[in-house]
Design a protein around this ligand. Sequence first.
Ligand SMILES: Cc1cc2nc3c(=O)[nH]c(=O)nc-3n(C[C@H](O)[C@H](O)[C@H](O)COP(=O)(O)OP(=O)(O)OC[C@H]3O[C@@H](n4cnc5c(N)ncnc54)[C@H](O)[C@@H]3O)c2cc1C
Length: 506
Amino acid sequence: MLACELALAQVRVVVLERLTEVDTTIKAGAINTPSAEALYRRGLLPPLAEVQRAALETFGAFARQRQSAGASVPRPVPRFAGHFAGIMLRGDLLDEADPDFAGSGPAGEVGLIPQEALERILGARAAELGVTVRRGVTLTGFDAGDAGVRVHTSDGTLEAGWLVGCDGGRSTVRRLAGFPFPGTAPSITGHQALVEMTGADALGAGWNWTATGTYVHGPLPGRILTVEFDGPPADREAPVTAEELQTSLRRVTGVPDVTVTKVTSATRFTDNARQVPEYRRGRVLLAGDAAHVHAPFGGQGLNLGLGDAMNLGWKLAATVHGWAPEGLLDTYTAERHPIGAWVLAWTRAQVALMRPESHAAALREVVAELSGTTDATTYFVKKISGVWQRYDLPGSHPLTGRSAPDLELSDGSRLADHLHTGRGLLLDLADDPALRARAAGRGDRVRVVTAGCPERPGLTGLLVRPDGFVAWAADAGDGPGKELDAALERWFGAPAAVAAQAVPAP
Ligand SMILES: Cc1cc2nc3c(=O)[nH]c(=O)nc-3n(C[C@H](O)[C@H](O)[C@H](O)COP(=O)(O)OP(=O)(O)OC[C@H]3O[C@@H](n4cnc5c(N)ncnc54)[C@H](O)[C@@H]3O)c2cc1C
């Protein structure tokens, strides 16, 4: 994702990936609203919609298969809206009129996107954008200086201006660069796998709490998840075997004769919750799990990484191109660290609630009862879906710092259509030459679009950053003034010389 963002901004980028093929291990099964919006803003909705359609078909097949075998099918949750520590949230209790849910446009229609499928979609896009992806190449070391980074790999050395460690929870880049990684120690052993098994009809469907842990069966045929609470895995590196999965499954479910006959995909996880305090050390940056690790409950990790990439991509590109205003790159940590810290806390809360002991069970009862209300359901769904996320940006308009609403414009386009190029966007919604004039000299960084917006007649102007977040907005009567000038300067730097404007924008 980051490589695509950089390439879109005309930065030469090389991805080193030690795996020779896309990782097919079953991990994330869904993306949240900010991720869907980000991908939509880059024109990737059609392949996502296709992946979701196939995923829904597979879920339906699982329910039918269990029904025909006479096994339990998860009690239909009216319009499933997510879960917290396995406590299901009901879509029919959700206050959909809450303003935080508005404005995603067609991005609101995709969510069920497995990680492997997303990686393939992004891989294809990277190829289209001309990114060099060197598979089967491992980063082994680097020397970072003031002017650049010399990167050592299993296949030679290369010179780069910048190095971003997107190399996962056990990041080599993080370790070698000496980033501190404070947080809380692991306490659980989890497994997630796609298996073939016999005796599975005796397993409960959906989330189940037992005296020895928590387990999930479904919603895909053969998908199991077990969580045990008596310490972290003894060996994180060893391959996950059928025997290990079966032992865990029998122990947690209490079903003595469930037998794993084949493992298609398996992963082991724990709840180590750590985060680097600063995402940058000189010319070395971190993004994704390399910057933060936590338990997978609640489906946040992949989304957090995509958000990091969207936030960092244009800022690093601006720095490479030399037009970044002072301090722009450091707003990456300032904006992304609080969201990462929230995810760590959110997953810790779920681990506490899932523990197989009476105090946690009692607390689960309380939370389950609360979650049967509209207020609590709406609270949880806002958190899980990511619609609560905003950046603390200077500016007085309520939209500032929020994901831009996908406005439908009078020329038939939508706001997201104008973000495909990865440039900033100044929407002149009141045909105001004075407003347009303020963006002069930044045509290579900010696209200016004049159109009406019947659904928001009061809104006269909107400045959207390349990552889709609102940097400035104005209502009728506000007028384009100092706040817009300050926002343009802060996010897009000083106007280029008039001569440079003759060069067509990419
Ligand atoms: C069981 C499980 C369930 C999950 N469920 C969800 C979910 O529902 N929703 C969600 O949002 N997230 C979920 N996650 C989390 C999600 O999978 C991760 O947060 C996400 O994969 C992080 O992406 P990343 O690119 O930062 O790191 P990774 O996906 O770990 O990618 C890092 C890449 O770097 C490569 N690499 C590492 N070191 C080197 C090196 N030295 N040289 C070259 N290449 C290297 C690796 O091969 C790897 O491909 C889940 C995770 C697990 C384990």
